[in-house]
Design a protein around this ligand. Structure first.
Ligand SMILES: Cc1ncc(COP(=O)(O)O)c(C=O)c1O
Length: 452
């Protein structure tokens, strides 16, 4: 029996009424991918306030790799609720904070002494990684990438690339941020092709130190191993090691922002493992908390210890309920092979998507690592003009037919998949059938409208 059940046209009357209340109570700057209001969720399924049931391929933007209401997470949170909710770790500490730090120190790539601290979000984790890198090197500069997304606070907006809607109107941003092209092979900034390019974009960092900012003024290069909001751009597997070699030659640290790519999403606990790299600092958040807010900064012990006592922290940072949830998330990764599952889901999607690509040339690129998979939509396969409107139509068709998907990309023309890794094969296929229907409908509509 199908899991998707739509009892009303969506959005239903109750969701519509809530959307009206939201419009008068909440600023419009907070956009919404779908106009539905959730009543409950389990695994990879959501039910809205009108009783409609959807398959969730967005996972609250990649925060639910272990699934909605994972039983281990729920039970750990319940236990913690019976003990205490907040004390502030800087006032009276608790063991779960320390245990979680120990486990992340062990699980993150790199066989060297590490330390970890916790915050409330991905952006706050990136902010702290920058503070720590500057304190450790005594240098101000940070090099970030085109199409990067690191958050919405002022420093992270400075690191983020996309102008509208993220940055425009919010200037000035903190300085000493320099931007270079990413390894976006489908839209190579140097019009080269991998592997004959010999990773020109990575090697070009030497040139940046020569022509843009002196290396002795640069604390760190920060990169997402797979771009998240930037469109699930997946660099060649030897890209980051080349980049890091140049960083280290010049005493520049490498920060991996694994906020979206972490916790099994790419078929390894961290995407850095897929690239065979050991970041000096690794930033994580999203799925770490299994649905609760938590961010982590893990790094080489001597780097993490650079700021003096009192230089780091935050009132709610590393809240005990979030720490309990995160420990349960890590237990689930020990008990359940979610990494293999991520690869299976990714392979299955790729197989179907490559068939779609042959039928509908609107699909320019199919790419991803593990279960971090995406379709980049274009007006034509040879000219590659971004198809942003068509992407919106695809995601709209999906939610109207019971599947929650979200878009990404600097041109808004990427459909990305962030389903919980506990999704069953049957559910995944039911959702992919809807996505297939969306692509077919949008493609056929576009070609009806444009006589050839
Ligand atoms: C790679 C990356 N870094 C940082 C952030 C910011 O995280 P948060 O929204 O928790 O502040 C995000 C959010 O999407 C992200 O994808």
């Amino acid at each position: 029996m199908a899991t998707i059940q739509l009892k009303t046209q969506v959005p239903g009357p109750k969701s519509k009424a809530l959307a009206e209340r939201r419009a008068s109570a909440v600023p419009r700057g907070l956009s919404h991918a779908t106009p539905i209001y959730v009543a409950k969720a389990e695994g990879a399924v959501l039910e809205d306030v009108d009783g409609n049931r959807y398959i969730d391929l967005a996972g609250g933007i990649g925060c639910l790799n272990v699934g909605h209401r994972s039983p281990g997470v729920i039970s750990a949170v319940r236990d913690q609720l019976d003990k205490f909710l907040h004390t502030c770790v800087q006032v009276t500490a608790y063991e779960s904070y320390v245990r979680l730090a120990e486990r992340l120190n062990e699980l993150t790539p790199g066989n060297f002494p590490k330390k970890t601290m916790f915050v409330n979000s991905g952006a706050e984790a990136v902010e702290n990684a920058v503070k720590i890198a500057r304190a450790a090197t005594g240098r101000p500069g940070i090099i970030a990438f085109e199409d990067a997304f690191h958050g919405r606070t002022m420093m992270t907006l400075s690191l983020t690339s996309k102008t509208h809607p993220y940055k425009a109107g919010f200037q000035p941003f903190p300085g000493e941020v320099y931007r270079v092209p990413y390894a976006y092979c489908y839209r190579c900034s140097y019009s080269l092709k991998y592997p004959s390019c010999d990773l020109y974009c990575a090697r070009h960092l030497e040139d940046t130190f020569q022509r843009v900012v002196a290396h002795e003024g640069v604390a760190a290069v920060i990169a997402e191993p797979v771009l998240g909001e930037g469109g699930f751009v997946t660099p060649p597997l030897d890209y980051f090691s080349t980049l890091i070699e140049i960083c280290h030659k010049h005493g520049v640290l490498f920060i991996a922002d694994e906020v979206q790519s972490g916790f099994g999403r790419t078929g390894a606990l961290f995407a850095s493992e897929r690239y065979g790299i050991e970041p000096d600092i690794l930033v994580s958040a999203k799925s770490l908390g299994g649905g609760l807010p938590l961010g982590a900064i893990t790094g080489r012990a001597e780097i993490m210890d650079a700021p003096g006592p009192g230089g780091l922290g935050g009132t709610f940072a590393g809240n005990p309920v979030s720490c309990a949830a995160a420990l349960a998330v890590l237990d689930q990764f020990e008990q359940q092979d979610l990494r293999t599952r991520a690869n299976e889901l990714g392979d299955h999607f790729q197989k179907r998507a490559r068939e779609w690509q042959k039928r509908w040339p609107m699909i320019g690129d199919v790419r991803g690592l593990g279960a971090m998979q995406a379709l980049e939509l274009v007006q034509s396969q040879d000219r590659r003009e971004p198809a942003g409107d068509e992407t919106k139509q695809v995601t709209q068709y999906c939610y109207e037919h019971g599947v929650i998907t979200i878009s990404a990309g600097s041109y808004g023309n990427v459909v990305r998949l962030l389903m919980p890794l506990v999704i069953t094969d049957a559910l995944m296929d039911e959702a992919l059938d809807v996505l297939e229907g969306a692509l077919k409908t949008v493609y056929e509509k576009k070609h009806e409208a444009q006589p050839v």
